[in-house]
Every structure is written in C-alpha cells, then in structure tokens.
Write a protein that binds this ligand. Sequence first.
Ligand SMILES: C[S@@+](CC[C@H](N)C(=O)[O-])C[C@H]1O[C@@H](n2cnc3c(N)ncnc32)[C@H](O)[C@@H]1O
Length: 138
Amino acid sequence: MFVPFFCFIKEHAIERQQDLLYYYGGNHEIDLYQSDVRVLPEEWTGQFDAILEKGLLDAVYLSGGNNAEQAAQSLVRTLRPGGVFISVSGVVPEDQRKELFKDMEWVRDGSKDLKAGCFIFRKPLQDSVKTSSPSCSH
Ligand SMILES: C[S@@+](CC[C@H](N)C(=O)[O-])C[C@H]1O[C@@H](n2cnc3c(N)ncnc32)[C@H](O)[C@@H]1O
C-alpha cells in the first residue's frame, strides 16, 4: 500500500516525522515526501491506495482563493480508482465540502461529529457524474 505524507514548505516536518517513526519502532518501509498539496507531482497520478489528512484541508481552505478546490482536485487525482480519502476536518462548510468531493462516493459523513469530523470518501472505480447530493452512510 502506498500512502503519502504531505506537508507544506516546512521540510523540517519530514525530519520530525522520521524521528517519530524511529521512536515508535522504526518503520523503514515508509517513504516521506514534502509537497504543496495543490500541485502534487504528475507522476503521482492514480498512485495512492489511501490518503489520510488531518487539518490540512482546513488550513488550505482558510488560506482562501481557490486553494481548497486545487487541493481537492490534486488529492483525488493522485488516488487510484477505488482508493480511499480519509479527511479529519472541521472548518470547511458542508455545502463546499459536498461540491469539492461531489464525484466521490461518500463512505462516511463526519459533519455531525464533535469539532472536527472524520469524513471518508472512495474514488469510484469508473468515471461517473453525480447528479444529486452525496448520500452518506455512517
Ligand atoms: C492544522 S496543521 C495540521 C498538521 C498535522 N496534520 C496535525 O494534525 O498536526 C495544517 C498543516 O497543513 C500544512 N499546509 C498548509 N497549506 C498546505 C499546502 N498548500 N500544501 C501542503 N501542506 C499545507 C501546514 O504547513 C500545516 O502543517
């Protein structure tokens, strides 16, 4: 399974993450990369089985402009078909979250969770166009 770790500008976050991996038993099979989530490398397209973010989407949304749209497109692009995007996020308005991930299957809707919700989306196996609001199961 290939799961990315994202951070922005702060390369030292990679070093800190490496320290933590060694501290918790030293998993040498995890590769760490630093990238701006809005412009993930083209060669990562369709590569990831799962993406987990916590607070990243919120930070990008709060930074304004169309950064959240760019980030969502970039994240979905790098998932393989059937791949899962797990998002622990609290500040993106519900209607915008639905728009950002309208082409994803909503596996879990965390909008009723306390503070930050845990949302889980699956990339459809085949391209499909949604015509209605996402349906969610808990
Ligand atoms: C609220 S913090 C969450 C950090 C970490 N996931 C945690 O739970 O402690 C948001 C993170 O998003 C990063 N970030 C902001 N904009 C970004 C971007 N465009 N691309 C990648 N990371 C970004 C920030 O550098 C920061 O580390």
